[in-house]
Write a protein that binds this ligand. Structure first.
Ligand SMILES: Cc1cc2nc3c(=O)[nH]c(=O)nc-3n(C[C@H](O)[C@H](O)[C@H](O)COP(=O)(O)OP(=O)(O)OC[C@H]3O[C@@H](n4cnc5c(N)ncnc54)[C@H](O)[C@@H]3O)c2cc1C
Length: 462
């Protein structure tokens, strides 16, 4: 059993993934999570009003999220997700359903073929999109380059795109993936996203969906793995500060006054929660050009999920994107979770970049979205609504606005013994579960490297 301990602050996906990796490297994690449950921004709960178990927000992944998938396999949860073989996105516009469906072709041709049968963009628009994708293919990305200083919308318009292609194709992917409108995200992140998703193998943009509640998927399975392999998890423990001895981080102090030691400490909390933990050291967080200061400029964006329980099925597909409507993406939770809702259907409307909705009351949202559902899905006109609820996550993801790359810090910090994880750290990925897992893996690997001997691969530490 591993004896060299690492304190991990935060029991979200980054902290849990770091812990799994530490175990695989022969080290013992002690996870400290301030809330009573694990999962961080990916959790499910029983809604007091409706009594239903719901996710805090619809979470999906794509085939390109290889480290997230490996993590899910490592914690023994692969049978709790489903990953399609290739891209197949149903898109509704003015009552017409069309699919972005990749064909069985080699390499990126599979993804490009999805444009062929896509009817929400005309032939000229398709030629424009191909031109845009070619431009992306030829672009060499570098975080310091101009691409992190212009919006993706501006960049696309400079590369042959117009309102038709931006609204019906580019933003269809950008808005749910980056949780902000295409007009405010950086070209850097937009280009990176399309390079990976559409210009890679057929598997990359294929949709992956959890088949169980997020607390089971992200929380319970990780807890079981970590505890079975000698790690510790303590919930309800709020870390107040880092302990520093001889210019080295040696553990943490909790708000309850407890001191918990470790040979290294990983902070896997969001950027805004990390900086208050830092000790005041000369040349440290107080100096303006300090390593940690850029993290303070990280901003977040909201997601609002509207849940409606109908007395009958109103949506045939498992999910559908809706253009020219505030609905954005509509998920059939009953089907996705293979649940028997007594002949009814639980619909989740996932609203990304939800700036217009975050301050609206539940009554207002009910009026707007039930009317919109009835307008777009004829079956919803006849259906009765059994239950209705709204989940607002005001700080759902960090924003990838122009200039934001420099705020993303390396997992290895200049404070000896102190490491960072969290989706916001420098992983190259936007605010996703994939980024969280990557950050956790990197932090654990840096620790193992810095500790030298003793760190080994293999889940049982052998
Ligand atoms: C509504 C919604 C929808 C989303 N949809 C998707 C999606 O479809 N696909 C996707 O890939 N991603 C999605 N995301 C993003 C994804 O959930 C996050 O990227 C990921 O969960 C971040 O994990 P993390 O561990 O980095 O951070 P967090 O989940 O924020 O974890 C940090 C943890 O640290 C704890 N903590 C904070 N301070 C302290 C302290 N002082 N002491 C102890 N513990 C502390 C917090 O309680 C929290 O549990 C979505 C997020 C939301 C909110």
């Amino acid at each position: 059993m591993a004896t060299r301990t690492v304190v991990v602050i935060g029991g979200g996906i980054a902290g849990l993934a770091a812990s799994v990796r530490l175990i695989q490297l022969g080290l013992k994690p002690i996870v400290l999570e301030k809330r009573p449950f694990l999962g961080g921004r990916a959790y499910s709960f029983t809604d007091r009003e409706t009594g239903a178990e719901i996710d805090n927000g619809q979470h999906v992944f794509v085939g390109a999220c290889v480290q997230f998938q490996q993590y899910i396999r490592d914690i023994g949860a692969w049978d709790q997700v489903r990953l399609e073989k290739r891209m197949a996105l149903p898109v509704l516009k003015h009552g017409r359903l069309s699919q972005l469906r990749a064909r069985k072709l080699p390499g990126p041709l599979a993804n490009l073929s999805a444009l062929l049968g896509y009817r929400h963009v005309g032939l000229r628009g398709k030629m424009r999109i191909l031109w845009g994708l070619l431009s992306i293919r030829l672009t060499r990305l570098n975080p310091d380059s101009v691409h992190d200083h212009v919006t993706f919308d501006d960049w696309l318009r400079d590369h042959g795109q117009n309102d038709e292609t931006i609204q019906n194709f580019w933003n269809l992917i950008i808005l749910p993936s980056l949780n902000d409108n295409i007009s405010v995200v950086s070209a850097y992140t937009g280009i990176m996203l399309f390079k990976i998703a559409l210009l890679g193998p057929a598997r990359n943009p294929a949709m992956g969906i959890p088949l169980v509640g997020l607390s089971t998927l992200a929380g319970d399975n990780a807890r079981q793995f970590i505890e079975l392999h000698g790690g510790e998890i303590r919930t309800g423990v709020d870390v107040a500060s880092l302990k520093i001895d001889d210019a080295r981080i040696t553990g943490v102090l909790t708000t309850g006054g407890e001191s918990i030691d470790g040979e290294a400490v990983i902070s896997s909390v969001p950027a805004a929660a990390m900086t208050p933990l830092l000790p005041k050291v000369p040349g440290g967080p107080d100096s303006p050009d300090d390593f940690f200061t850029p993290a303070e400029s990280i901003k977040t964006a909201p997601i609002v999920a509207v849940h409606i329980w109908y007395d009958r099925p109103v949506l045939r597909e498992k999910y559908v994107a809706v253009l020219d409507s505030p609905l954005q993406w509509v998920f059939n939770d009953t089907d996705l979770k293979s649940r028997d809702d007594g002949g009814g259907q639980h619909i989740v409307i996932s609203l990304s970049g939800a700036w217009d909705w975050k301050d609206r009351s539940k009554q207002e949202l009910r009026a707007i979205f039930t009317a919109e559902m009835a307008r777009v899905f004829p079956e919803a006109q006849r259906a009765k609504i059994h239950k209705f609820t709204v989940v607002k996550m005001l700080e759902a993801t960090f924003r990838v606005v122009p200039g934001s790359q420099k705020s993303r810090l390396s997992q290895r910090t200049p404070l000896p013994g102190f490491y960072l994880a969290g989706d916001w750290t420098d992983t190259g990925w936007p605010s996703t579960m994939e980024s969280a897992v990557r950050s956790g893996n990197l932090a654990a690997e840096y620790i193992a490297e810095d500790m030298g001997a003793g760190a080994r691969l293999g889940a049982d530490g052998q």
